[in-house]
Design a protein around this ligand. Structure first.
Ligand SMILES: Nc1ncnc2c1ncn2[C@@H]1O[C@H](COP(=O)(O)OP(=O)(O)OP(=O)(O)O)[C@@H](O)[C@H]1O
Ligand SMILES: [Mg+2]
Length: 404
């Protein structure tokens, strides 16, 4: 009989927390390996876009893909997009990082300095003409700015020039540059449009620079609203909940490294509770481990621990998001929750027609548009199909129904 040591609890619920075992993502990792190889050889390849609900593991996967690229001596940089923030500054910082990673493999330091000069000129454009001197941003690049390239002020033109110059530095060393963008749905329309144009241009040139994005399920709609050809430009990969086998692996593999086992019935119940959503797998796994006195872990251990997992999710996963909503927005979401309960697929928190929400709240549909748009902007709901909305947070409808 083995004691389950709480100090050795391996599970990691939390945004962007690296899981002890990255389960069920082999296909995505393989696809990316091929992409890296093809791009480095100048073969035509589409940029990748990972989409999925909150807590399915997009950020973690993005970070893993980044390590994969670094492993192949690529230059990499990462951005987390924010609403109302322009792309210019974060792109400068990310490409600066990427080129610094490449520099040690490069034989001609002046080529790096040339690029950094262009990058600085691009970055300095982030300062609007009338910004006060002390508010001006100083990119931490120690070469003089080189005027005349990537500094027109038109983000589309500038990104194309900047990306192709960055790519040519990578060509010199025989690898590539990968730019990772998390929460990509939050980029403004102008920036999205410019990014699409730059990716389009670069792939036509066979230049080794790719953008790897991650975002909520409506990211494809955001991209195609900006540029109609974006559907052909990107390869979308839906990141979803784990199937039973992968969920068992996510729990079982780290446990067995600590010589802890689960009874089959414990795994059955854990899957029923988590629905295979990675965040929930980690949360229930962690609480169960803390409560289980000995290995093998039983279904009873899971049952005893579940309320603690649920209490933690209520605060850290659901509550923190709910609090971002105004009273009117909360009312809107409650109506959604009530309506999605009447669907047969309760667990899925099915999409709800906006017309039904208006009826439920006895309001005119147009009067609810501000609440709906604000909730989309806050990333709490999304509109996958025209005229419907759904929660971006799995099990959110159920949560709202239980808090009453
Ligand atoms: N493949 C996986 N196997 C096991 N656990 C995972 C896996 N992917 C992610 N997790 C766990 O799930 C949780 C959420 O991961 P992550 O923050 O990457 O999700 P996300 O999709 O980026 O969510 P959000 O949309 O809120 O940013 C983390 O605790 C992480 O450890
Ligand atoms: Mg994330």
């Amino acid at each position: 009989m083995r004691y389950v040591d709480p100090v050795r609890n391996p599970y990691a619920p939390g945004a962007g927390q690296r899981p002890p075992e990255l389960a069920g993502r082999d296909r995505e990792l393989q696809v990316f390996d091929v992409v890296l190889e093809r791009v480095a050889r100048g073969r035509p390849e589409r940029s990748l876009m990972l989409t999925g609900l909150r807590g399915v593991g997009k950020t973690v996967l993005l970070n893993t893909l980044r390590s994969q690229a670094i492993g192949r001596l690529w230059g990499t940089g990462k951005i987390e997009a924010r609403p109302d923030q322009s792309l210019r500054r974060p792109v400068s910082a990310a490409l600066h990082m990427a080129v610094r990673e490449l520099a040690p493999h490069h034989r001609a330091p002046d080529r790096i300095d040339d690029f950094l000069g262009v990058l600085k000129a691009f970055a300095l454009r982030a300062n609007s003409a009338n910004a006060k001197l002390r508010d001006r941003w100083q990119p931490g690049i120690d070469v003089p700015a080189r005027a005349g390239r990537a500094d027109s002020g038109d983000i589309e033109i500038d990104l194309v020039e900047l990306f192709s110059d960055a790519a040519s530095v990578a060509t010199d060393v025989g690898t590539g540059i990968a730019l990772f963008i998390d929460e990509m749905q939050d980029l403004g329309p102008e920036d999205i449009s410019a990014l699409c144009a730059a990716c389009h241009e670069l792939s036509q040139l066979g230049a080794p620079l790719i953008v790897v994005g991650a975002g909520l399920p409506h990211l494809p709609a955001v991209l195609s609203a900006a540029k109609s050809y974006s559907e052909r430009l990107f390869r979308y990969q839906r990141i979803d909940r784990l199937d039973r086998l992968s969920a068992d692996q996510a729990l079982g593999a780290p446990a067995s490294r600590e010589e802890v086992e689960y009874e089959q019935k414990a795994l059955d119940l854990l899957y029923e509770k988590s629905g295979g959503y990675p965040y929930f797998v980690q949360a229930y796994g962690k609480a169960t481990w803390d409560h289980a006195p000995r290995s093998p872990v039983t279904a009873e251990d899971v049952r005893v621990a579940a309320p603690e997992a649920e209490a933690e999710l209520a605060v850290g996963f659901f509550g923190s998001r709910y609090e971002r909503a105004t009273p009117a927005e909360r009312e809107y979401m409650r109506a959604m929750a009530a309506l999605s309960a009447s669907e047969p697929t309760d667990d899925m928190d099915a999409a709800v027609p906006t017309a039904e929400i208006a009826k439920q709240l006895e309001r005119k549909p147009a009067s609810l548009s501000p609440a709906r748009d604000a909730l989309i902007k806050k990333g709490l709901i999304y509109s996958g199909e025209r005229g419907t909305v759904a929660f971006t947070v799995p099990h959110f409808g159920r949560y709202l129904r239980t808090v009453g």
